[in-house]
Design a protein around this ligand. Structure first.
Ligand code: ADP
Length: 206
């Protein structure tokens, strides 16, 4: 059984659920994880981070953790099959019935299609795709600083470069796909944490 990473869910207020189904896009270092949990809290939906789910499973030595450990350490993407399965299972849990904010998923076009299917199977669909836009150089500096402070195996300079490169090649194009579907909401991700949260919540019309 996959172990969900629930640490980011605790701040939410189910009574205040907005019922929104959202994804958040943005490069590594955009402050996406921080914003995801804050925005989710304000909207009363759980924040679901695939990265956190993988890290929790690695930490707890589950089968899934053993399967993805080396991939995370290298900065590459976990296979779509594994990732889609994890998300399908997580979105099937009761706390996601009234909305969610997915952080770090989808990351590939195949995952976009899989998410559509996962939701269609539950008679649901995505309400919005948020994109945090940032200055690329600022992002590199942030990641290097974080690498110093934390001891994440995927935060060495080489791995940071690899992750940014993969992001711009594979994940950035997802924004155009959502734009074509009129779901994309772009928000400037630079500035104070509170400011960015307020901007996002305002952009969502909340
Ligand atoms: P960050 O927010 O710092 O970019 P995450 O915590 O979202 O990183 O993800 C960490 C790692 O987990 C990724 O580098 C990748 O190996 C794996 N991962 C997370 N989400 C996905 C996904 N949707 N598809 C494939 N791999 C993923």
């Amino acid at each position: 059984m996959t172990q969900p990473a629930n640490a980011r869910d605790v701040v939410r207020d189910p009574a205040a659920s907005s019922g929104m189904r959202l994804v958040i896009l943005g490069p590594p270092g955009a402050g996406k994880g921080t914003q995801a949990s804050r925005i989710a809290g304000r909207l009363g939906v759980p924040a679901i981070s695939t990265g956190d789910i993988f890290r929790t499973n690695i930490k707890n030595g589950t089968d899934l953790g053993r399967q993805v450990k080396d991939i995370l350490a290298s900065g590459g993407y976990v296979t779509d099959d594994i990732t889609n399965r994890v998300v399908d299972e997580r979105l099937g849990q009761p706390d996601c019935a009234d909305g969610f904010l997915l952080d770090g998923y989808p990351r590939t076009m195949a995952q976009v299609a899989a998410l559509d299917d996962i939701l269609a199977n539950r008679n649901a669909r995505l309400d919005k795709a948020l994109e945090l836009t940032v200055d690329q150089e600022a992002v590199v500096q942030r990641l290097l600083k974080r690498a110093e402070l934390e001891e994440r195996a995927d935060d060495t300079e080489e791995v940071i470069r690899e992750r940014l490169d993969i992001y711009y090649r594979q994940t950035a194009p997802l924004a155009s796909t959502y734009a074509a579907r009129d779901l994309l909401v772009q928000v400037d991700g630079m500035g104070e944490v509170d400011e960015v949260t307020d901007r996002v919540v305002a952009a969502l019309g909340r």
